[in-house]
Design a binder for this molecule. Structure first.
Ligand code: NDP
Length: 332
């Protein structure tokens, strides 16, 4: 069974040399355990800060440790009645081809709304993140202006579509014209701006004449610098991610703090792992909207097995992904 480990803590931008790909013996299930053959691995931005030896909300990874991560797959051997052979499960096996689970560590996946991989994004962690962050914390009202950064991505795409369902005017921010076209034409956002375009700040001002009520923030850095002066009085910032900092040794910093104060803006930060009780309800509601075609999504699947995971991870962290970044660890 192949696995990918962190070779050592990366400095700055993570590179393929920071990973170790190696064969390990395939484990055998003990009492109450099932062996899962991983079909898809989810690659998520949070994995990068976990590679730094600093204080965080989780233990940092140690050199030689298997990279963590959410996975979906099939039970191929079992000593657990609740996880029969052939069952499709979602679990946290990390970057490896096979792994052991107990019934408490695996969720049986309902294949009704779509493919098993949906449990890794729109009907899994990133969907729950969008739902909790926007609907529970942001509490959007019809007619409000919502801005979403990393708008074509796994979290951002769902946030914007939820805001449209709630009757808001939605402006996405994404990297490049192709992503922007997808965000407006396929996902139904009202507008989308390319954060790399020369006229980004000018267009942002033109498109937010009545200011921004909710900013769903995924990226930080210069994009956040441009957005904070556009906040409305009593606006809300849902601080979900700060991806532009994840490969920096020194944080970029928060420049617009005076705008937060002058306009009495509330900032809500959260980590979705703290809210496990919220997931089933959110995922159930999202599944209904996916079935009705009201929430659409896009996957970016790296084929060719687990050895391609490091390069796909680096792609995702530099915006070369287009949609939810997955690795096809084993074909169906
Ligand atoms: P995405 O699918 O959105 O992929 C990451 C995207 O980030 C890239 O495609 C790119 O989009 C953008 N990006 C990367 N680097 C930069 C940069 N320097 N400046 C601006 N944009 C950049 O990933 P996810 O949807 O999985 O995650 C989105 C955010 O949500 C992350 O910050 C993540 O950490 C956070 N998150 C937080 C959770 C929580 O519990 N708080 C849970 C899950 C995710 P583009 O090409 O459009 O610029």
């Amino acid at each position: 069974s192949l696995r990918v480990a962190m070779r050592d803590h990366p400095q700055g931008m993570v590179s393929e040399g920071d990973f170790l790909v190696e064969q390990t013996p395939r484990p055998a299930p003990g009492p109450g355990q099932a062996l899962v053959r991983v079909r898809h691995l989810s690659l998520d931005p949070y994995m990068r800060p976990m590679m730094n030896p600093v204080r965080s909300y989780v233990e940092p990874l140690k050199p030689g440790q298997t990279m963590p991560g959410a996975t979906v797959g099939e039970v191929v051997e079992s000593n657990e009645e609740a996880l029969p052979v052939g069952a499709h499960v979602a679990c946290m096996l990390g970057w490896q081809e096979y792994g052991l689970v107990t019934k408490d560590a695996a969720r049986i996946v309902d294949l009704d709304p779509g493919d098993i991989s949906l449990a890794l994004h729109v009907l899994g962690m990133t969907g729950a993140t969008a739902h909790y962050g926007l609907l529970h914390l942001g509490d959007p009202k019809p007619g409000e202006t919502v801005v979403v950064t990393a708008a074509s991505g796994a979290v951002g795409s769902v946030v914007g579509q939820l805001a449209k369902i709630k009757g808001c005017r939605v402006l996405g921010i994404a990297g490049g014209p192709e992503k922007c076209r997808y965000v407006t034409e396929e996902l139904g956002f009202d507008e989308c701006l390319d954060h790399r375009a020369d006229d980004f700040e000018q267009r942002l001002a033109e498109l937010t004449p009545d200011w921004v009520d909710i900013l769903f923030e995924n990226v930080g850095g210069p994009v956040l610098d441009a957005l904070l002066p556009r906040m409305n009085d009593h606006g809300r910032v849902v601080l979900c991610g700060n991806i532009s900092d994840y490969n920096r040794d020194e944080p970029y910093g928060l420049k617009g703090i005076s705008h937060l104060l002058l306009h009495r803006v509330n900032v809500y930060s959260f980590v979705i792992a703290d809210h496990r009780d919220y997931w089933p309800g959110a995922i159930g509601e999202l599944a209904g909207w996916v079935k009705e075609g009201r929430i659409r999504f896009r996957e970016d699947v790296a084929k060719g097995g687990l050895k391609g995971a490091p390069s796909a991870f680096i792609s995702m962290l530099t915006g070369r992904n287009f949609g939810k970044q997955l690795v096809e660890v084993a074909p169906a």
